[in-house]
Design a binder for this molecule. Structure first.
Ligand code: ASN
Length: 318
C-alpha cells in the first residue's frame, strides 16, 4: 500500500479533494441561502450522542471528570436552535466502530458530519432541506468540477426532488421478499442496506422507524405510538445510508421515559435535562456525513478514499 503522503499526490486523489472542496462550499452556500446560521461545534463534552448503532464512544479524563469526544453534536444543536432557530455546524465525530464494519467500505472511526437543526420544523421540512441540499450540491459539482468527475469516470446526475419515501415497514417487507431475515423493530443490517440501496437509481428516504431501532431523541408520533417521526436518506447504487434525521423528543418527561427505554441513565445527562426542564422549542434536523457524500459523488469504492487522513476501523498506523 502506498504511504499516505504519496496517495495524496495521485491525480485521482487530487480530483477527489478538489471535488470535496466544492462540496464543502456548496453545503454552506445552500444552507446560508435558506437562512441557516453556522455555529462552532464542541469537540468534547459531558454528554454526546448515544444513538450510534453499535459503535463505542471515547471517554477522556477532563480535569478529573469523565468527558466524551463527540459522536455527534445533536444535543448541542438543539440548544443552539432554541436560540438562533436555524443552525448548522460541520464538525468531526469519533465513533469506534465494530471491526466488522471495515467490510462495508463505508465506515470511518473519525468522520465529519454536517449537522442541521431547525426550530419549529417537522420531519417533512427537514427532508425537504436535505433533498434540496443534495440536489444543489450535485449541481455545483457538475458546474465547477466537471473535469475532475470526468477524470474519475463518474457519471453524476442531479437527483430529482422530491425523493421517494418508503416507510421502514415497506423497506423491511421489500427486503424480506428478497430473502433477508429482518425482524420488524431492528435496525436494517449492513448487507440489507447495501442491497436496498442498489435497487434504486435515485436517492430515497426511509421514514417512520420503529421506537426500538433508534435513540431517545427521535420523536415518537403521538398519533401512532411505537412509530418515530424520523428518517434516513439512502444513496442509490449500493452506497447505502447518507443521512439520519427526524423530529426531536423535546419535553423533559418524554425524554426521561425514552432514556429509560434505551437504557440510558438520565443522571448522566445533566445540562441537557435541565435545559429541557426549562423548555426548548420543538425542532427537526439531520446530519450528513461529508466523506460518504464525497464517496457517492465521486463514485468511490471505499469511504476512506474520500478523506485525506482516514481513520479506518481496526487499522492502527503510527
Ligand atoms: N446527526 C443525526 C441527527 O441529526 C444523528 C446522528 O448522527 N446519529 O439526527
Amino acid at each position: 500500500m502506498l504511504k499516505r503522503y504519496k496517495t495524496l499526490q495521485q491525480p485521482w486523489m487530487k480530483s477527489v479533494l478538489l471535488i470535496q472542496d466544492e462540496i464543502l462550499s456548496a453545503l454552506r452556500d445552500f444552507l446560508r441561502s435558506e437562512g441557516f446560521i453556522e455555529i462552532l461545534a464542541p469537540i468534547i463534552g459531558p454528554v454526546t450522542d448515544p444513538g450510534i448503532r453499535g459503535a463505542q464512544q471515547v471517554t477522556i479524563n477532563y480535569y478529573g471528570a469523565r468527558f466524551k469526544i463527540m459522536s455527534s453534536m445533536i444535543l448541542y444543536k438543539q440548544m443552539a436552535a432554541a436560540s438562533l432557530k436555524k443552525v448548522f455546524a460541520l464538525s468531526p465525530n469519533i465513533r469506534i466502530e465494530p471491526l466488522e464494519t471495515i467490510a462495508t467500505g463505508r465506515h470511518l472511526a473519525e468522520f465529519r458530519q454536517l449537522d442541521v437543526e431547525n426550530a419549529h420544523a417537522n420531519y417533512y421540512d427537514a427532508m425537504s432541506i436535505a433533498e434540496r441540499l443534495l440536489a444543489y450540491t450535485c449541481k455545483r459539482i457538475l458546474k465547477n468540477r466537471r473535469n475532475e468527475l470526468q477524470f474519475l469516470e463518474r457519471k453524476l446526475e442531479i437527483p430529482k426532488v422530491p425523493f421517494k419515501k418508503l416507510t421502514y415497514q415497506e423497506a423491511v417487507e421489500m427486503l424480506k421478499a428478497e430473502g433477508f431475515k429482518i425482524k420488524y423493530g431492528e435496525e436494517i443490517p449492513w448487507d440489507a442496506e447495501r442491497f436496498l440501496s442498489s435497487m434504486f437509481e435515485q436517492p430515497f428516504f426511509i421514514i417512520d422507524y420503529p421506537l426500538s431501532a433508534r435513540g431517545f431523541y427521535d420523536r415518537e408520533d403521538p398519533e401512532r405510538p411505537g412509530i418515530l417521526r424520523d428518517f434516513d436518506m439512502y444513496y442509490p447504487e449500493g452506497y447505502g445510508e447518507a443521512i439520519s434525521g427526524g423530529e426531536r423528543e423535546h419535553t423533559f418527561k418524554a425524554v426521561v421515559e425514552r432514556m429509560r427505554l434505551t437504557g440510558e441513565n438520565p443522571a448522566d445527562y445533566g445540562w441537557y435535562l435541565e435545559m429541557l426542564k426549562d423548555g426548548i422549542p420543538p425542532s427537526a434536523g439531520f446530519g450528513i456525513g461529508v466523506e460518504r457524500l464525497t464517496r457517492w459523488i465521486c463514485g468511490l469504492k471505499h469511504v476512506w478514499d474520500a478523506v485525506p487522513f482516514p481513520k479506518v476501523p481496526g487499522i492502527v498506523s503510527p
